[in-house]
Design a protein around this ligand. Structure first.
Ligand SMILES: [Zn+2]
Length: 128
C-alpha cells in the first residue's frame, strides 16, 4: 500500500518558529514569529558556525605542529604510531596532492604526509 498525504492533513501540521518553537500563524512560508526570533536564530547559527570552524582550525594547527615537530626541513619517515600517540587527527587536512606517480599526499598547510604502509608515514616540509 502506498502512503499518501492528503492536502488537508498537510494543512493540519502545525508550523512552529525555528527559534522559539511557538506556533506560527499567517503566511505559509513564515519561519519565525518576528524579527527578534529571526535575529536570535541568525546569531545562534553564526555562533555555532564559528565554534565548528574554530574547532577544525585548532585541529589543523595541532596536526601541523606535530608534523613540524617531526621535521623542520626535507622528508622524514616515522612510525604512524608516533602520530597516533600524539593524538594526531587523521580526519582533518587542508588539501590533497597527487604526484605524477599517483601517490596521494595529505596536506597540512606547508607540510604533507602519506602513509607508505600500515606502519610508516612519510612527513615532509613542502615550502622552504
Ligand atoms: Zn519565535
Amino acid at each position: 500500500m502506498i502512503n499518501t498525504v492528503s492536502m488537508e492533513s498537510l494543512a493540519d501540521i502545525k508550523r512552529c518558529c525555528a527559534f522559539c518553537g511557538k506556533e506560527l500563524t499567517g503566511r505559509s512560508d513564515k519561519k519565525f514569529c518576528d524579527d527578534m526570533c529571526r535575529n536570535n536564530h541568525a546569531y545562534q547559527q553564526g555562533k555555532f558556525d564559528n565554534e565548528v570552524i574554530n574547532r577544525i582550525n585548532k585541529s589543523l594547527l595541532y596536526n601541523r605542529n606535530i608534523l613540524r615537530s617531526i621535521t623542520r626541513r626535507g622528508r622524514k619517515i616515522v612510525k604512524k604510531q608516533i602520530l597516533v600517540d600524539k593524538d594526531f587527527d587523521f580526519n582533518v587536512i587542508t588539501g590533497l596532492y597527487k604526484t605524477h606517480r599517483h601517490q596521494e599526499y595529505m596536506l597540512l598547510y606547508d607540510y604533507a604526509y602519506r602513509c607508505i604502509n600500515d606502519e610508516d608515514v612519510v612527513v615532509l616540509k613542502c615550502y622552504k
